[in-house]
Design a binder for this molecule. Structure first.
Ligand code: 4AD
Length: 461
């Protein structure tokens, strides 16, 4: 059978699947005749008709091919998930008691296959399985096909919306966007997680954070931010560590520590509000995380020393990595931090970490020189999503800090110069976009929030 378009029918209007202003037929009333292009997402061949759920990246549409010539072509008999098509027909309201996306369906009168997809053992349905977790190795190998699924694609739309929201809030706050380099010759967060590579005949690294560069431009640009990739050669496989992640970083000039905390509350709450104002994105989030509660301000403030007490007071106490009760100076490891955050079950500003366990550039608390003016923002389900601090202001103090960390001050002359030419009280932070997403979209791991996640042992596809 060879199909031919009926020339007596009205000319079809080409639309994307999210277009809502289309006249729907109902009873004797004719709907608009449209042309839609997309791929078969679901296929159901029944005796009276073949039902296709078409997707085009903008929406879903139920398409009905009444059994007959339309369903007897070779093309129709080999329809499969993924087949790309142009479908022509009348848009109609779905019958009472039936349901379909947007309560409408396309009554197909003609179609053309644009690209077939295998229906044999190589079919998409045999390569990715809805039963398997997206973070499984085999599913990660098929990531390019997994991304065609509803779950993964709505997450990617949420991700785009969140990034847009950050940009909007920074814009509204008159914070200027800059784009620091990814190829660098200085470390920010310790040598252990540096990715090195040969750079012509020198050594260079992939950036761990753009912070130091942001600090260099506040004198001329005022408050600045960037949304760039950061790279960490993390040698452990956890739910929240990636080798390549998207880092939302900002640096604010002429502030005190409490200002930094208030700014963080503001930015997080406003981004959430903007994201939920978009009905499509709010719908995706409702599906992925039906119990999500917008955080209320002020966030809980908790000093590091109080967190240590809290961990030790639990019954049984939450122990440190060596299996002992926590003492001042211990890192609060991921597991302990998670337990605490989940028990408290609201956003926490964990502040004033000891100097020894924090980065070289952090400002000491003038009222207790053992600790820094630093903050981690902890969210239920994920733990730390932000790390920030006030920055050391004094030249001598910074030189001392380099020495203590075994950093060669020579390579940092451009950073040190900020203290030489008009230093200022300033601070900033970095937020892991994937962790933020894992929090709001209730993801088991940050891996599913990435287009193509990179972590130890995975650099493909
Ligand atoms: O706490 P971190 O290491 O802080 C910095 O890099 C600062 N220099 C940022 C700044 O002040 N401008 O990292 C900040 C955030 C973490 O809270 C976490 O959300 C995210 O970056 N992050 C990671 N996300 C995924 N995978 C990893 N390996 C990450 N390492 C840090």
């Amino acid at each position: 059978i060879v199909l031919k378009e009926d020339a007596s029918l009205p000319k079809a209007l080409k639309i994307k699947l999210n277009r809502k202003d289309i006249e729907l037929g109902e009873g004797d009333k004719k709907g608009t005749r449209v042309k839609v292009m997309g791929r078969i997402h679901r296929l159901r061949a029944q005796k009276q008709a073949t039902f296709i759920t078409l997707v085009d990246g903008y929406g879903h549409l139920q398409c009905v091919l009444v059994a007959g010539d339309l369903t007897k072509t070779y093309d129709a008999l080999t329809f499969a998930q993924g087949t790309s098509l142009a479908l022509y027909g009348e848009m109609r309201k779905v019958l009472e008691g039936q349901s379909a996306p947007d309560n409408r369906e396309l009554h197909v009168d003609y179609y053309e296959v644009l690209g077939a997809s295998p229906s044999d053992e190589d079919a998409i349905t045999n390569r990715v399985s809805a039963q398997q977790n997206q973070w499984d190795g085999q599913m990660l190998d098929q990531r390019h096909l997994v991304l065609r699924g509803d779950n993964a694609s709505s997450l990617m739309k949420i991700r785009a919306a969140v990034e847009r929201a950050f940009q909007k809030v920074y814009d509204d706050m008159e914070i200027t966007k800059v784009s620091p380099p990814a190829l660098v010759q200085t470390q920010v967060e310790g040598g252990a997680t540096l990715f090195g590579f040969p750079y012509y005949d020198e050594e260079a690294y992939l950036t761990q954070s753009s912070q130091l560069y942001l600090e260099t431009v506040i004198p001329s640009l005022g408050d600045v931010y960037c949304i760039e990739k950061s790279f960490r050669a993390e040698k452990s496989l956890t739910r929240r560590h990636l080798s390549e992640y998207t880092h939302v970083e900002a640096e604010l000039d002429f502030i005190q520590f409490p200002d930094l905390l208030e700014h963080l509350e503001e930015i997080i709450c406003r981004v959430i509000d903007i994201v939920f104002e978009n009905p499509q994105i709010a719908g995706y989030l409702k599906e992925l995380n039906p119990n999500f509660q917008k955080p209320t301000r002020p966030f809980m403030r908790m000093k590091y020393t109080d967190a240590i007490d809290w961990l030790n007071k639990q019954d049984p106490p939450i122990l440190n990595e060596d299996g002992n009760p926590h003492v001042f100076g211990d890192d609060i490891a991921e597991a302990a931090e998670r337990k605490m955050t989940d028990a408290i079950n609201r956003p926490i500003f964990l502040t004033h970490f000891p100097v020894e366990i924090k980065a070289f550039y952090m400002k000491k608390d003038p009222s207790d020189l053992r600790v820094t003016e630093s903050v981690d923002v902890l969210m239920p389900g994920v733990g730390e999503i932000v790390g920030g601090s006030m920055r050391m202001e004094g030249y001598e103090e910074l030189m001392e800090a380099y020495k203590k960390q075994g950093i060669d001050a020579k390579d940092y002359y451009w950073y040190t110069d900020q203290r030489k030419y008009g230093t200022s009280p300033h601070g900033g932070y970095g937020l892991g976009l994937e962790r933020f997403l894992a929090w709001i979209a209730n993801q088991h791991t940050v891996r599913t929030t990435c287009l193509y996640p990179r972590f130890m042992g995975r650099c493909k596809p």
